[in-house]
Design a protein around this ligand. Structure first.
Ligand code: PLP
Length: 404
């Protein structure tokens, strides 16, 4: 009889979004006259920008003619896209990253889940708490996380770095040294950020201890303040300790179109072995490249037209973020995030648990958000609202919460 990967059985069910869906469906059925506003999920709602649509159309036409048809894309991505990324995302920010250190993919979720497989199962990982669940769950699947404690909802072999209002949502350097450190700034779910000096301390720590940082910058486009780094490679020494993940989902609305990339500098080594070679080998073996059409759409993100249109799109969501942030503050809530990120993280009032507040908001205001405890134990007592809805719905939801 074959054997399965039993690590999969260790995974606690991902009840967060299915629980939310069930509760919302039950409420809807019992109250068919109530109009529910959803500010829970992290998906975008604005259509693709015109420059991106034009580029998609042109690429589709190319695929219909023998002279311009393209088959398999290069494993690591088309040169036109890798050069545009290297120039716009890195060179223009003073970061020393070359096009051949960029690996184009179909998104940051896959990359953030797959990257762990180039590391030994003996590494201990460190994650922020609360956290984007993919980092932990994919390490569970690989057998790296030890035993799950249902009481504390933590894994025995994972270093948790609490990020709460008490430490301004900035993780402290852990006492025990991890092999792999996951950092995500601007952060999902807290919507908070880190300054360049704070990130530099992490880079220095990783270089000193021989750890690798996996830096998820999926929300980079939402950074509005000068002090916040857009890339970990703005920090000195990051080329020898950091991998960066990027996505086209939130800056350009590619959640359904799918495009992202990972940067692995050639200076990042374990002994003589370049992680770049391992990731190239992995990519070449298991991945056949993001579609030509989509990579052309990605190229349009860096055109002058595309940049201007996307700036407007990000501004649209950030106006929603400001409406939520200010509205909740006026209503007396303790509110965080929302300034350099499309997420607003609030403290639940009157010592309500995250789920109690979820029920309260659903029943009294008919507004759906995400309970903070779903992102980790330190998320208990917090709640996430997203700025990805329409302006009208967002403003209406905030008015309802204010009236409570
Ligand atoms: N990383 C973080 C922190 C996210 O919040 C998300 C999506 O919500 C992703 C990555 C996924 O990005 P993609 O759509 O490129 O797979």
């Amino acid at each position: 009889m074959f054997k399965i990967n039993e690590n999969y059985l260790k995974l606690p069910g991902s009840y967060l979004f299915s629980n939310i869906a069930k509760k919302v469906a039950a409420f809807s059925e019992a109250n068919p006259d109530k109009e529910i506003i959803r500010l829970g999920i992290g998906d975008v709602t604005q259509p693709l920008a015109p420059a991106i649509i034009d580029s998609l159309h042109r690429a589709v036409d190319e695929m219909g003619s023998a002279e311009t048809f393209r088959g398999y894309a290069p494993d690591l991505g088309y040169e036109f896209l890798r050069s545009a990324i290297a120039k716009n995302d890195y060179a223009e920010r003073g970061c020393d990253i070359s096009a051949d250190e960029i690996f184009v993919s179909d998104g940051a979720k896959c990359d953030s889940g797959n990257i762990q497989e180039i590391f030994s199962v003996d590494n201990k990982i460190a994650v922020c708490d609360p956290v984007y669940p993919v980092y932990v769950d994919t390490n569970v699947m690989a057998g790296r996380t030890g035993i799950y404690d249902t009481g504390t909802e933590t894994w025995s072999n994972v270093i948790y770095m609490p990020c709460t209002a008490e430490n301004d949502f900035v993780p402290e350097l852990p006492e025990e040294t991890p092999g792999i450190i996951y950092l995500c700034f601007p952060n999902n779910p807290t919507g908070t950020t880190i300054t360049k000096e704070q990130l530099q301390a992490w880079v220095d720590y990783a270089n000193k201890e021989g750890a690798v940082i996996i830096f998820d910058a999926a929300y980079e486009a939402y950074i509005m303040e000068e002090s916040v780094p857009h890339s970990i490679y703005e920090c000195e020494g990051a080329r020898t300790c950091a991998i960066e993940l990027r996505s086209f989902s939130k800056n350009a609305g590619f959640t359904g179109t799918r495009l992202g990339f990972t940067v692995v500098p050639k200076d990042l080594k374990c002994g003589d072995v370049m992680l770049h070679s391992l990731w190239a080998r992995r990519h070449g073996t298991k991945y056949n490249g993001a579609p030509y059409i989509i990579q052309r759409a990605g190229e349009a993100v860096y055109s002058e037209e595309g940049k201007a249109q996307l700036k407007e799109q990000v501004a649209y969501y950030m106006k929603n973020a400001a409406v939520i942030y200010e509205g909740l503050k006026d209503a007396g809530y303790d509110v965080f995030g929302g300034v350099n990120a499309p997420y607003i993280w609030l403290k639940t009032p009157d010592k309500m648990t995250s789920w109690e507040f979820f029920d309260y908001l659903l029943e009294k205001a008919n507004v759906v958000g995400t309970p903070g405890s779903g992102f980790g134990p330190s998320g208990e007592g917090y709640f996430r609202l997203t700025a990805f809805g329409s302006y009208e719905n967002t403003a209406a939801a905030v008015e309802r919460i204010k009236r409570l």
